[in-house]
Design a binder for this molecule. Structure first.
Ligand code: PHE
Length: 333
């Protein structure tokens, strides 16, 4: 009996699975199990011995049954722990990065330009992309049949309504709403029937307007020179006389070519300079059209956002901004 117990304990120690337990159970206390066999031997014994022997076998059987039960619990516990370990999530691992979009280079350029003008005290206003002919042209001193209308191939919606060809009508909208002084910039989309590697039928401009008492051309020059310095860095700035119907005098502003540093290259047509802005003192007719008092004067300017972005990032085709090729856009994140 002693040996049976030892053998049982050894077998139980090595048991790892339910199947192992089943076999052990069968071979010790099953129908033909070794302990069951012992019961059969009892018939050979004297009554006195039977009692003692039977008690011992019963004890052994109970011991085996309980041990198997305990081992079963142990095995179940191990199986549970192993499966939990397998399924558990290690929350100490860094999370997988989710893909973020990036700000479009045009939006980014507008934000940069806004930040510079805001730091000088300019407000930011929005205009309308669908505009009255009156605001886009007439009130800006561009009457019907004026040759300047040909400069801007216009998308008309009907005789009186069009897609704005520049952000300048926002000047009219704001001045009609607000008494002077006004000081704002206004970014937005504009539309012209024009398409090649530097022109897109839809592009972006930033308009600027400052009207107050005693505003002079020197103020215009100071503000725009400082703005260009803040945006492009330390570059030469040049004001050239020009013509716009809504400003008088008018000027175009050039910066030293940032590609060739003024030496002359294809981008600057070998002039060493790049045109970046149109500007001028607000034409008295425009101020009169919005019924501003005579003692007010002002300056206005307009710039092309795509051109600014192209120059700053060395981009040579305007279409890249609108094709939304993720490989192009990713470079700006
Ligand atoms: N609106 C002009 C253009 O689109 C730019 C401009 C704005 C010029 C304001 C002078 C003053 O070319």
């Amino acid at each position: 009996m002693y040996y049976i117990k030892k053998e049982f304990e050894a077998a139980l120690k090595d048991a790892k699975t339910h199947e192992d337990l089943k076999q052990i159970k069968a071979s010790f206390i099953g129908k033909k199990g070794r302990v069951t066999e012992l019961f059969k031997q009892m018939s050979y014994l004297e009554d006195e011995q039977k009692k003692e022997f039977g008690k011992n076998i019963n004890q052994l059987k109970n011991y085996i049954e309980n041990s198997i039960k305990r081992k079963l619990d142990e095995i179940n516990e191990t199986i549970k722990r192993e499966s939990l370990d397998k399924e558990s999530i290690d929350i100490t691992l860094p999370a997988r990065k989710s893909a973020f979009g990036s700000i479009h280079p045009i939006t980014e350029t507008i934000i940069e330009i806004e930040d510079i003008f805001k730091s000088m005290g300019f407000d930011v206003e929005t205009g309308n992309e669908i505009e009255y002919d009156r605001y886009n042209f007439e009130m800006l001193n561009i009457p019907k049949e004026h040759p300047a209308r040909d400069m801007q191939d216009t998308f008309y919606i009907n005789d009186n309504v069009l897609l704005r060809t520049h952000t300048s009508p926002t000047q009219i909208r704001v001045m009609k709403e607000k008494k002077p002084p006004v000081m704002f910039i206004s970014p937005g989309k504009v539309y012209r029937r024009d398409s090649d590697i530097t022109h897109s039928p839809m592009f972006h401009q930033v308009e600027g307007l400052l009207v107050d008492r005693d505003v002079h051309f020197s103020d215009l020059k100071g503000v725009l020179s400082e703005f260009l310095r803040m945006y492009f860095g330390d570059v030469p700035v040049r004001f050239r006389p020009s013509y716009f119907p809504f400003t008088e005098p008018s000027a175009e502003v050039d910066i030293g070519c940032i590609i060739c540093k003024g030496k002359g290259c294809r981008v600057c047509s070998h002039t060493g300079f790049l045109e970046v802005l149109g500007c001028g003192m607000v034409h008295p007719n425009v101020l009169r059209n919005v019924e501003y008092p005579k003692e007010y004067s002002g300056f206005a300017f307009g710039l092309g956002v795509e051109r600014f972005a192209m120059l700053k990032h060395g981009i040579d085709n305007i279409k890249l901004f609108f094709e939304n090729d993720i490989r192009f856009l990713k470079q700006f994140s």
